[in-house]
Design a protein around this ligand. Sequence first.
Ligand code: 1GP
Length: 253
Amino acid sequence: MKVFDYLEKVKSEKGAGFLLLIDPDKFEISESEEFFSICNRSGVDAFLIGGSLVKDDFISQIIVEIKKFSEIPVILFPGGLNQVTGEADAILFLSLISGRNPEHLIGKHVLAAPLINRINLETIATGYMLIESGASTTAEYMSGTKPIPYNKTEIAVATALAGQYLGLQMIYLEAGSGAEHTVPDRMVRAVTKTLDIPVIVGGGIRSGEAAQRKVEAGADFVVVGNFFEYKDNWGEIKEFSKVIHNTGKRRNK
Ligand code: 1GP
């Protein structure tokens, strides 16, 4: 089954899905077995792997580790060309549609396409939208783009809709890793009410309650990264997953 079809299935069976983001720069290979066995029994639906600033070429190595201990699909969430690897099951083929930097709209894609074709990696065309979230984020700085202001819901809706009309498969509303404020619930609500394609929401989600609010507002997938970089929080993976799935089921009834 294609990873995109699997995600659609998660959405229809569980109401909403839980995507756990792994930043290769922060991951301790020596802890793989423990971490991935927790994920296996805690209802994580897929792993995203990548980041705006991956200093070492660790991605392939970490994916090999994931595959040793888990059958959960691994989706690349690349911040750059050096993060494209055939070890993954699919790649979010991201176009930064909130910005006006041609490199992130189409430039890098042209460079990546022949490689993706050669390694026969499934692409999931995703409209990536940075949303203002307090202090400037790494994603904003690295992409050289301005995020959509947090109170400009109508711009977010129009941008996401344009992405859908262009044929993108998903929209990712991003507050940025470690964001002070998450994507506003009213923006999530307005975008998901208007769109037919699945919407991913991430950035700054550090509690089950915040994850719950995003799903109540209509998010189809919730991404959590930073919070689970701390071992002390691993025990909460199950709680996040439960709250995301239960709220999704309740919402879709
Ligand atoms: C960042 O949306 C993801 O790209 C996840 O954000 O690391 O803040 O959970 P956090």
